[in-house]
Ligand binder design. Structure first.
Ligand code: ZN
Length: 874
């Protein structure tokens, strides 16, 4: 599964993280604060007594701690039964949001003879349950507690018996639904979207989200990742709609009453959480990779966009097959874009489901950058679906691989530099989380399985795989993955299975690596010193500063590199001590070395690197990630002198991220225009000629600040560019010009555009030029926009009606309130709250905000709301 990515949300989370970290810091400090010195003279006697009491106290505290550990241990689910096949026949009561189902489950006892079959089935109403034999159906008695059904079998069955039970039921996904996690925001299992088609601009659809244990909200099963079965699903759907599920569509039967029955067959076993259906008015784009049919399902009208968004899928399948030496394991691969998805995307076997952000029209798809999430879900078809974590404690066995596939695809298809920089971003994500919590990657003491979907399981897991690859080399690494996949195909695994595969192929004991990275917490905190006093034999000292009572003393290879002219030389040392010295024995005198120049090691480091050394690093390193680091460090240090030299080079750098970063800096500090007159020409060249639209757009942003009038004709031309990134920036640049020469007619020609990159500048124009009579335009766009675009729009929307209340203030307030109360994305609820603050002079609005704050489920958001409401009172 992919977490829901969104920049506004990330900023919000960062804000919360910061606050939480401060609180945690305080708590730790007060625990560790020294006790006040006592004036008791008989210190020794008191000490003796205290020691005895404290020893027995310590013992009991330790005992309680150990008892707690035993109780909180989250094991793999015990197997009493094994389901072999599930046969579902489903209809939907759209109006009441009910699944009407008949399930036939073929099962057998796992090992011991059993008499009571226990199935997960959450919030069902049950009808008859029967034992099915060739010629009869025998009614069975059962007990049901709203979560599990205990079916009383007529006799004891042994593991050599297979039996079949039929369960007639209604499932109510809406009942007891509630808060999920950061990765999955709800737990209904099956979602009816606008079921009665009452919401304008919203399509009617059904989709499911099984991970972690939510599919038992719509069919009875053993809802655990270490279960596996084949299945047949029959879906009765409106004739006008399309259905998608796992496996192959084998038959469609017209029922004559406006409905149709679709027969889906999944004849390869997989885990219950990977079962999925989607039903809606989808269009489909079809293509193939070899014999594997590929389908991209998306709302009708977006097919051309989907062809572009998902266009690299066949190449990705081919690339992963080649790397892994294991052909795509399933019958077909469909990718379905839905509305209101509760996560980024989900790797259901043969049928991945994606959030609506991937629904782009042809023009929007020009700038699509969704390869990473497409690669992530695709790689899961091997890691997660073919070979599955046996328990949520081992979740990283699914997610580390999916996360690392993003690196692999970047490295293969785009560039090594792009992959390396992405890896640094993954590390940063983990380090940010590590401010709050540091836990073992494989952890058996989680409270809720949803807690496992964090930057440890994803980011840290991916980086660890990368470090293992660097340590073992590509040949051993990918050969080991092949061994692991082949040995455990269609099985569940735990982390030791992975280690054993690497050990078998490499012929090397790897306990040390797995123990420190997978079964312990933390990361090296390094203090690095380089002694240049003997230029032909540089000395390097590495000290590990992490608290060794809590974290391991890490062992890791350390790459040291330097340049002799244009030639890069390097040596690798193995760090195995807390404080270790290495002599480089470089021979040819040098005055600068790089420690882990490629940023392959997950470690926090402190090292004295001067501005002039960063300047040199920028100029000499062959690695984009090292040049990026140098630029970024000089910018954050405000090293103006060095930047004088670096910025012009950065704008011509071969790595687009560096060009984009440099432009971002020029935008935030406009004085560079006069400091380095030659920059303007360079920036203009990027506007016209950069191969990446995001760089062209950033360059336009810079010229829009520097010389809005001079480049007005350029902006006017580019405002019609097919790329929304470019057109949006050009339009904004035109509008921001002091004496903007925009004619109202031109704006009106764009005002019907639905893409937020155009909508936002148009809104900016209406506000800036105090245009009236646009209330309806603002209303229309509020209902049309979603996600990130809506977030940015909310502020403009509110500002317009604050200025012109007569155009519909009360409607605006109630619409914002509806977003605040009902939107499933927390950053949009936050955006609506901020927008409503614009109306805070109205005491009625304040009352509404207070009520909404009370009802907010997410604690951090509620705190944020209350904080502002308190401020208003003061
Ligand atoms: Zn994933």
């Amino acid at each position: 599964m992919s977490q829901n990515p969104s920049s506004p949300k990330r900023n919000l989370m960062f804000l919360f993280r910061f606050c939480l970290a401060a609180l945690v810091g305080l708590a730790v400090y007060s625990c560790k604060a020294p006790k006040s010195v006592s004036d008791n003279t008989d210190i020794q006697a008191v000490d003796q007594q205290a020691e005895e009491t404290s020893q027995s106290g310590d013992q009991s505290a330790i005992r309680m701690q150990k008892e707690k550990e035993i109780k909180s241990y989250q094991p793999s689910a015990r197997k009493d039964f094994d389901i072999l096949h599930t046969n579902l026949d489903l209809e939907f009561d759209w109006e009441n949001q009910i699944v009407i189902g008949k399930a036939r489950i073929q099962a057998k006892p796992y090992f011991s003879a059993e008499k009571v079959l226990v199935l997960d089935a959450k919030d069902f109403e049950l009808g008859a349950i029967s034992l099915i034999t060739a010629d009869s159906a025998q009614k069975l008695s059962y007990r049901y507690d709203e979560k599990q059904i205990s079916v009383f079998l007529p006799r004891e069955f042994t593991s050599r018996d297979t039996f079949e039970v039929e369960i007639n039921y209604k499932a109510f996904p809406e009942r007891n639904s509630g808060e999920g996690s950061a990765a999955i925001t709800d737990t209904k299992g099956l979602y009816f979207i606008d079921p009665m088609d009452t919401i304008p601009n919203k399509p009617t659809m059904i989709w499911t989200q099984g991970e972690t244990e939510h599919n038992s909200k719509w069919f009875p099963t053993i809802d655990k990742p270490n279960e596996r079965f084949t299945h047949s699903i029959r879906l009765t759907v409106p004739e006008s709609m399309v259905s998608v599920s796992n496996g192959i569509l084998v038959k469609q039967e017209n029922l004559g009453n406006g409905s149709r029955k679709d027969y889906w067959e999944m004849n390869l076993p997989h885990a219950p959480y990977l079962v999925a259906i989607a039903v809606g008015n989808f269009g489909k784009v079809e293509t193939t990779h070899g014999d594997v049919p590929l389908g991209y399902y998306v709302e009708k009208g977006f097919e051309k966009g989907a062809s572009k968004v998902f266009e690299n899928t066949p190449k990705m399948v081919a690339f992963f097959e080649k790397k892994l030496g294991v052909p795509f394991p399933w019958q077909k691969y469909d990718q379905i874009v839905v509305r209101d998805f509760v996560s980024g995307a989900m790797e259901n076997t043969t049928a991945s489901i994606f959030m609506e952000e991937l629904r782009l029209n042809e023009r929007e798809a020009i700038d699509s950058e969704w390869d990473y999430i497409i690669a992530h879900e695709l790689f899961h078809q091997w890691f997660g679906d073919l070979v599955t974590t046996e328990s949520w404690a081992n979740l990283t066995l699914n997610e580390a691989f999916a996360n690392y596939s993003e690196y692999l695809w970047n490295e293969h298809h785009y560039s090594h530099d792009q992959a390396a920089l992405k890896l640094v971003a993954e590390m940063e994500g983990y380090f940010a989380e590590s401010e709050q919590k540091q836990v073992n990657l494989i952890r058996f003491d989680y409270q809720d399985s949803e807690d496992m979907f964090d930057a440890h399981s994803y980011n840290k897991g991916g980086v660890i795989l990368h470090m293992l690859r660097k340590y073992l080399g590509d040949e051993v690494f990918f050969r080991s993955l092949n061994e692991y996949l082949k040995k455990h195909a269609f099985q569940s695994v735990e982390v030791h299975d992975l280690r054993l595969a690497f050990e078998k192929v490499s012929g090397e004991d790897l306990n040390w690596f797995f123990n420190q990275w997978f079964l312990s917490k933390g990361h090296p905190e390094l203090s690095i010193e380089v002694d240049y006093s003997e230029p032909e034999n540089i000395l390097i000292s590495i000290t590990q500063l992490q608290d060794l009572t809590e974290f391991p003393l890490f062992q890791f290879p350390l790459q040291v590199s330097w340049y002799e002219g244009k030639e890069c030389k390097s040596k690798q040392f193995m760090v195995t001590e807390g404080e270790q010295f290495f002599a480089l024995e470089n021979g040819v005198p040098i005055d600068l070395v790089y420690i882990d120049e490629g940023k392959n090691l997950l470690a926090r480091r402190t090292q004295n690197i001067s501005n002039s050394q960063f300047l040199r690093q920028f100029k000499e390193s062959h690695l984009g990630v090292a040049r990026y680091e140098a630029l970024d460090s000089l910018v954050s240090r405000e090293a103006k002198e060095e930047l004088m030299e670096v910025l012009p080079l950065a704008l011509k750098d071969s790595f687009w991220s560096i060009r984009e970063n440099a432009l971002g800096h020029l935008q935030s500090d406009p004085e560079w225009k006069t400091k380095i007159p030659s920059l303007e020409e360079l920036v203009y060249d990027l506007v016209e000629n950069d191969p990446r639209n995001s760089v062209r757009s950033a360059a336009i942003d810079v010229l829009g600040i520097w010389e809005p009038e001079k480049y007005a004709p350029t902006f006017r031309r580019l405002a019609n560019n097919p790329s929304y990134l470019i057109a949006g920036s050009a339009l904004m640049a035109m509008i921001q010009g002091e004496e903007n020469s925009i004619d109202a007619e031109f704006i009106e020609s764009l005002a019907g555009n639905q893409n937020f990159r155009i909508v936002i500048p148009v809104a900016e124009y209406y506000l800036k030029d105090k245009v009236a009579g646009k209330g309806e335009w603002f209303e229309t766009n509020l209902t049309r926009l979603t996600g990130e675009g809506l977030y940015y729009f909310l502020g403009y929307y509110s500002e317009y009606f604050v200025r012109l209340p007569e155009e519909g203030k009360s409607q605006a307030v109630s619409k914002l309130l509806s977003i605040l109360q009902n939107n499933t994305k927390d950053y949009l609820r936050m955006g609506a709250f901020q927008a409503l603050l614009g109306f805070s002079e109205d005491p009625e609005v304040i009352k509404m905000l207070e009520k909404a704050a009370e009802k907010e489920n997410v604690t951090e958001l509620r705190t944020y709301f209350n904080y502002f409401l308190e401020m208003l009172k003061e």
